[in-house]
Write a protein that binds this ligand. Sequence first.
Ligand code: APR
Ligand code: ZN
Ligand code: ZN
Length: 360
Amino acid sequence: MRAALLHAVGDDKLDIRDDVTLTPVGPSDVRVKIKATGVCHSDLSVMSGVLPMPLPVVPGHEGAGEVVEVGDHVTTVKPGDHVIVNWTPACDACPSCSAGQPYLCTTYLVQSFSLARFRFGGDTPAFGMTGCGTWAEEIVVPWQGAIKVDSDVPFEVAALIGCGITTGVGAVINTAKVRPGTTVAVIGCGGVGLSVIQGARVSGATKILAVDPLTSKQELARKVGATDACAPDQLTEAIGALTGGRGFDYGFEVVGRSATIMSAWQATRRGGDVIVVGAGAMDDMVPLSAFNLLFEGKNLLSSLYGGSDVRRDFPFLANLWKAGKLDLESMISSRIRLADLNDAVAALRGGEVLRQVVLF
Ligand code: APR
Ligand code: ZN
Ligand code: ZN
């Protein structure tokens, strides 16, 4: 089959090849024919080494498709079912899962660092990003990694729910628990940031400030629910104009850099919540003083995968979309083929595009 491979960190180009195979489906595994997959910033972070993965690796973690084969022990899905790929399959047994934090389960994450399910050029093993690797025509995942979705949800919509939407809307609903009538600032308006904005709109926030250097992103942000938008160098002015200098109840960081975490901190009022959604680098230190951490009373929250339990949240978000509450169509800037992935990666680096969705 065809898949896109990254051989080394820093490689500019993916190796898109037709001689890729999969290891056999184990008793608890599911084989999924990928029908749609998005290009998310985390894929770029794997290519640049910001998010370390074993190599060679098939990137891609935001995907949906159709089940083609299941192992003997699998009861949750059957061939023909439509599924969304879950990039943090939960084991239901580890301390994180037992504490109600399936998005922090490491059981399968650890497994995905040692289990290479792809083969290429004969018998050379390759890993899948976070155990998935949706930039391939098919993948094999543990059954917890394939969540059933209604078949009337288009694959491209389902794919976006697989990462960007769940991460962004989940950060608002699960992590921050944004209340109606409150004010929200969102730093970074890519696919994930625009999902945060939509989550804030659905939650009834009355002021939603979108911050992004690109005017095209500011315009899209307004289209999906931001009440105001500005460039990063206009943030202080916007805080003054919109909150009387007090700051917003919630500040979301959706870029993945210490500098933008500080922007979110600055945008948030005393006693408000600062939510880190972006995935930054290991050596990018956040310069917060011990004094300010205590005396400004702000809560610094981490939101990995939107703090979601995807078994509940994938169907929940699909239903929100069906009810017309989420504008997922506006999130797709182009539909492409797997062969175009190198151009898509370059375009996302450029910043002007939103979600580019590969259709198979
Ligand atoms: N202030 C505000 N926005 C910024 C800044 C800045 N200083 N610098 C860049 N941006 C904007 C870009 O213009 C772009 O619109 O951040 C946005 C990032 O968008 P994408 O590249 O589409 O990234 P996305 O897929 O949304 O992911 C964002 O969330 O899940 C994580 O790993 C992911 O860290 C990444 C983050
Ligand atoms: Zn677990
Ligand atoms: Zn992602």
